[in-house]
Write a protein of this length. Sequence first.
Length: 169
Amino acid sequence: MSDCGFTVTVCLISVSLQVPGVIDGSVVLPCSSAQQDLKLQDINVHWRHNNREIVYDIIKGEDSVEKQDPQYKNRAETFPEEYKRGNFSIKLNNLQHTDAGKFSCFITPSNEQETVELRVNGFFVATCVCCFKRATIHLCCVLLFFFYIHLFFIYLFVQLYLLSFKGVI
Ligand SMILES: *[C@@H]1O[C@H](CO)[C@@H](O)[C@H](O)[C@H]1NC(C)=O
């Protein structure tokens, strides 16, 4: 803020990104087969995170967590009653920052694949303050990870803005 001098107008631009996944929350990752007349005992579904970690396997229509990556232990839920409708969506609970990335489900033998990108940033917000000083514009951006700190900064900037109107600063 020291760049702003004493006779400046402070303007505030605040950008908030709403993301589907919030820390500790849960999210349903969609996966559907377009195939009709599914014979469940023939179907395998492989859920992978960033093409590497094994999130969940459905082998011959049955849940299998044998090779599941430990980080998904007890955090991934399936909906077996939906399988016969070709719905192999899973629910991921207790979301962590490390869950961010691409989740893919591969369905065999139909060779279908669905990928969903998960962003887990909680209330990730950016606060940008523009300081106008004659022809120069100083732009300072503050990235804040916590919503309430963000609110505090907005409050602070609004107060500064009002004070600059009254000619105090
Ligand atoms: C699949 O099942 C899940 C869990 O019940 C549900 O949230 C989702 O909407 C279903 N998807 C489709 C395409 O029916």
